[in-house]
Design a binder for this molecule. Sequence first.
Ligand code: BGC
Length: 286
Amino acid sequence: MSAPEIGKNLPEVALPSVSLAKVLKGQKALVTGANSGIGKATAICLAQAGADVVVNYFSGDDAARQVVADIQKSGSKAIAHLADVSREDQVQAMFKRMIEELGTIDILVNNAGLQQDAAFEEMTLQQWNTVLNVNLTGQFLCAREAVREFKRRGVVKEVSCAAGKIICMSSVHEVIPWAGHVNYAASKGGVMLMMKSIAQEVARYRIRVNSIGPGAIRTPINTAAWEAPAAYNELMKLIPYNRIGEPEDIGRAAVWLASDHADYVNGITLFVDGGMTLYPGFAEGG
Ligand code: BGC
């Protein structure tokens, strides 16, 4: 099946005008791994929606400072903070500083993550542990500190109708198995049930916990999948919507999920993937 010409024969739809400006006004957000890629775009989108943001990073001071400068342009406060999310002491120090300098936390975006790919039989214990420590344990440590502060403070209704919001950055690979990336897929499968179990446990305190499951997004983590035209064409076979995702696609979804517009949304993964989870191989056949 050849892709239809974009927009051809589609009726025009007039969307009602709603203002989404500053939906996060007065809120304090922490985005981990916010110096590049999805984390960077999410930090900037949250700030454009009115939130003050802690920009966590592990390496790349200059990039983190640049994100802080971009955020300040939108009129929000921003603080860069170096911390390894897989280290309990560093995570606790980061939350302590955030609460001292910004007063509290309303939104946690558990974004920091990495890949260390290898054929399964060649995967070292170190590759396994590094990926699980950052992608899963790191999300646990940050979520735990956030829940402690959300419960201590409770709902401040002028700020949000929830006591706090956690967004876990998962992946389509929480449901799509991925040969050659067993450690990564295992970490994201873990994020899925960690997220749902936390959501079930803390919902009664008006804390919402959800995930975003990005598909292929144009970031440094997967350059090999999109930079060369041949690789990009191969990638399109996996994406019914026929384009790669941009980091802002995820940042915008995060703004909505963190806002009170999504107040009844709890314990779900919002896939933002151009249809990658639709089993595109079955578009013809089966
Ligand atoms: C991975 C990317 C990959 C995408 C789709 C993401 O979670 O980090 O490397 O391109 O999933 O397969």
